[in-house]
Design a protein around this ligand. Structure first.
Ligand SMILES: *Cc1c(COP(=O)(O)O)cnc(C)c1O
Length: 421
């Protein structure tokens, strides 16, 4: 459920007409709903009620400072995957003891920054990284709390680019090797083992892969405890999918996911951490764009938008589907027609949808891409020197630009000219 609904025939973000924002801010732009962000965070928080837990929002999904502050105010922790994200989380006022650090290639600088600024735990992804964290911690005279990310070798049944829990993926250490790696971790004086981490992929639409993975984590917890390790925390990653296509079967709900966690891991008495990103932000954001031209091709009609693959790369990169709806609601029973919906960028990959049925559309009309809040703005680029588009946050009947569109001069002046030119 989200808060982008038609009222009186026009699309609203909460209590603000989307067309009003478009007139103020210009298109294209991202628009997020505070109520939807909050609702989705709370669904996870409530799903784990009765177990000690922390919901660490995977901020790579959407990392604007205003979004982070909105979630931090509800008690969210953050899952960060880079020094930049760590700095963003701290700048949004998230205390270090609510930040977990994931990612396969943490650098010495990133490790040092997190140890200095405070960190709940590092999720270690390899033995060399583990030794590096130990070395940096000792050089600072501190002890680094860690979990080891295990790769349970389960098929997440999602797009290959976002599956992370198979043995051929670069993530984590093979679960069969875990006892050996924990034995080494225990012997390193700069580290304190606090738990186990697992994250098997993104946009999972079934619970079964989670269940397989979490059962393996339960077994490993018992084995590591028998080896003498204190396992008090289980970080279960993110990955619960969202419904991108209205009218299709929906993925499991957070409450069902929470019940699965209780069933598979509840008996262990561990504190549970989860790292949802997409489900918190995905349906809390839309991308609003204007039709520049309608073009008749050979046997097909093209709808050319002012948004492009550099603004929302998911269709080009993952063949992802986004529902695209007119901002002015079509009348019931209005004529529809198939369109190829494309952006202006100079490659054929810049196609959002092929032969998509839409109500008859004209140049100048506004359209909205649903479910664009996660992995949208954060993955955008300035390819073709198209400025990063604004982000807008709505709360009830208020809205604010939370990242403005840069001017061409601002973009150009980021380049510097060597003195020989
Ligand atoms: C990307 C990522 C997440 C979030 O995944 P979603 O599918 O957005 O919930 C969580 N944890 C880690 C380690 C990740 O890399």
């Amino acid at each position: 459920m989200d808060h982008f609904l038609y009222k009186d025939g026009t699309l609203f973000a909460e209590d603000v007409p989307v067309a009003e924002i478009a007139a103020q801010v210009g298109t294209p732009f991202y628009c997020y709903s505070t109520a939807t962000l909050e609702r989705h965070f709370r669904l996870f928080d409530e799903a784990l009620e009765g177990m000690p837990h922390l919901v660490c929002y995977a901020m790579k999904a959407a990392s604007n400072q205003a979004i982070l502050k909105t979630l931090a105010a509800l008690g969210a922790g953050m899952d960060v995957v880079s020094g930049g994200e760590y700095a963003r989380a701290k700048a949004a006022g998230v205390p270090g003891d609510r930040i977990v650090f994931s990612g396969v290639g943490k650098t010495e600088e990133e490790i040092r920054a997190a140890l200095t600024g405070g960190i709940r735990q590092f999720n270690v992804e390899s033995e060399p990284e583990m030794r590096e964290i130990d070395r940096v911690a000792r050089s600072l005279g501190v002890v680094a709390p860690i979990t080891v990310r295990v790769n349970p070798d389960v098929d997440a049944k999602t797009h290959e680019k976002i599956a992370t829990g198979k043995s051929e993926n670069k993530f984590g250490i093979p679960i069969a090797k875990a006892r050996q790696v924990y034995a080494e971790a225990a012997a390193l004086p700069g580290l304190k083992v606090v738990g186990i981490d697992v994250h098997i992929g993104s946009q999972l639409t079934e619970l079964e892969p989670f269940e397989l993975a979490y059962k393996k984590v339960a077994e490993l917890t018992e084995a590591l405890r028998a080896d003498g390790h204190e396992i008090t925390r289980l970080d279960l990653g993110g990955g619960l999918g969202i419904p991108y296509e209205r009218g299709n079967t929906a993925p499991p709900l957070p409450i069902e996911y929470g019940a699965l966690i209780k069933r598979t891991l509840g008996h262990l008495g561990c504190e549970i951490e989860i790292e949802p990103g997409r489900l918190v932000a995905g349906n809390a954001g839309i991308l609003v764009s204007r039709v520049i031209y309608m073009k008749e091709g050979e046997g097909r009609d093209f709808m050319i938008l002012d948004a492009a693959m550099n603004d929302l790369v998911r269709p080009a990169m993952y063949s992802a589907h986004h529902d695209i709806i007119p901002v002015v609601e079509a009348e019931a029973g209005a004529e529809q027609k198939p369109y190829d919906i494309v952006g202006p960028v100079c490659e054929s990959g810049d196609t959002f949808a092929k032969q998509r049925n839409m109500p008859l559309t004209a140049a100048g009309d506004l359209v909205a891409f649903r479910s664009a809040g996660a992995y949208g703005a954060v993955m955008s680029s300035e390819y073709n020197t198209r400025p990063l588009i604004p982000e807008v946050l709505v709360k009830d009947d208020q809205y604010a630009v939370i990242r403005k569109r840069p001017t061409f001069d601002e973009i150009i002046n980021r380049d510097t000219i060597p003195e020989w030119l």
